[in-house]
Design a protein around this ligand. Structure first.
Ligand code: ATP
Length: 342
């Protein structure tokens, strides 16, 4: 089968990260024989400036006809691009792993957690109004939205061991109440999973105090957005943090961070977040299309990143002086090494 992978390079450091990731994808194609085609499409600030629209119809059309999308960060137009795409393709699960990696100054060496964030509801739905002197935002939480994110998180936790539902139901009794109640109901269907609940303020504190005790975290949209940036920093750098936006039929993989205009164009951005996003993409393709080689590709990319970090090849955000380009080439070389041995 030939996979069609749409690539949005994005703004700021996005194109540099994409080019480094493409080196890794070439090594995967070469060594594992996975047949895929990269379809370069535009979206974001540069596209808005050039064409007057941040997310053009032809880009949407290509995404609709592809198997998955790999996306670099976009700038100010993020709401018009990724937030719209999440709603359009109903990508309800935002999956954000945070793991300690070799040679990286993390808070602890034994962190391995995954944040599962509801991706289509809550305060990010965009229902905001002005009424006289007041500004009003509406928080939408539905039973269906809670059920599908809870199901996703419990299924994921099945391959691990613990799940904590993070909310603030003591204050937002109705919206967070529905979310908490639904997660609690699901916990009864998954008696093998150690289930608990935590208020979001306690979760923010515990991510610093004892991050190693977390396994899978399930939470609502805005809480998940905030906690995942925190978790990324706890394991060393936003530049390491990959993410997946997953729906029933389509998925988009992208770094957690923004387009980092402060370091764009300098060849110093850490491309790990996008390289590991591509690993998440292969893992998802492997499961969806029951393709062993894709699952293998995901594992090899993860191992290759760890190997390169272990060798001390680090970008400046991690205290090293490797360029984005050099890091990408080193991971591609490590992929070739690993693939040769499997
Ligand atoms: P957004 O609101 O769009 O998520 P932001 O305001 O949180 O964006 P980012 O663009 O995510 O900002 O950047 C935050 C900080 O992290 C910046 O100092 C940036 O340089 C740094 N940073 C982000 N990504 C990387 C990366 N891949 N490599 C190195 N540093 C990064």
């Amino acid at each position: 089968m030939k996979y069609k992978i749409a690539l949005i390079k994005g703004d700021g450091i996005g194109p540099e990260q994409s080019d480094a990731t493409l080196k890794v994808l070439s090594a995967i194609r070469e060594c594992l024989g996975i047949d895929f085609e990269i379809l370069d499409v535009e979206a974001g600030d540069a596209c808005l400036e050039r064409r007057g629209v941040a997310l053009p119809e032809d880009t949407i059309e290509v995404l609709k006809n592809s198997h998955a999308c790999l996306k670099g960060p976009v700038g100010e137009s993020a709401a018009e691009v990724i937030v719209r795409l999440r709603m359009m393709f109903d990508l309800y699960a935002n999956v954000r792993p945070a793991k300690s990696l070799p040679n990286v100054p993390a808070l602890r060496p034994d962190i391995d957690l995954i944040i599962v964030r509801e991706n289509t509801e809550g305060l990010y739905k965009g229902y905001e109004y002005e009424l006289d002197d007041a500004a009003i935002a509406i928080r939408i939480i539905t039973k269906k939205g809670c059920e599908r994110i809870a199901r996703y998180a419990f299924e994921l936790a099945r391959r691990r061991k613990k799940l904590v539902a993070v909310h603030k139901a003591n204050v937002m009794k109705i919206t967070c109440g529905l979310f908490a109640r639904t997660c609690r109901e699901f916990s009864k269907k998954y008696p093998d999973i150690e289930y608990s609940e935590m208020y979001v303020d306690a979760a923010a504190m515990n991510l610093i105090r004892k991050p190693h005790e977390f396994d899978v975290i399930v939470t609502t949209n805005m809480f998940g957005d905030i906690l995942s940036d925190e978790a990324a920093q706890v394991v060393g750098s936003l530049g390491l943090a990959p993410a997946a936006n997953i729906g029933d039929n389509f998925a988009i993989f992208e770094p957690v961070h923004g387009c980092a205009p402060d370091i764009a164009g300098k060849n110093i951005a850490n491309p790990t977040s996008m390289i590991l996003s591509s690993a998440m993409m292969f893992d998802w393709l492997g499961t969806k299309y029951d393709d062993k080689r894709c699952r293998e590709a995901a594992r090899i990319i993860e191992k290759a990143v760890e190997m390169v970090l272990r060798r001390g090849i680090l970008t400046p955000d991690l205290g090293g002086n490797a360029t984005t380009d050099q890091f990408g080439s080193a991971v591609a070389a490590a992929v070739r090494d690993f693939a040769g041995k499997t």
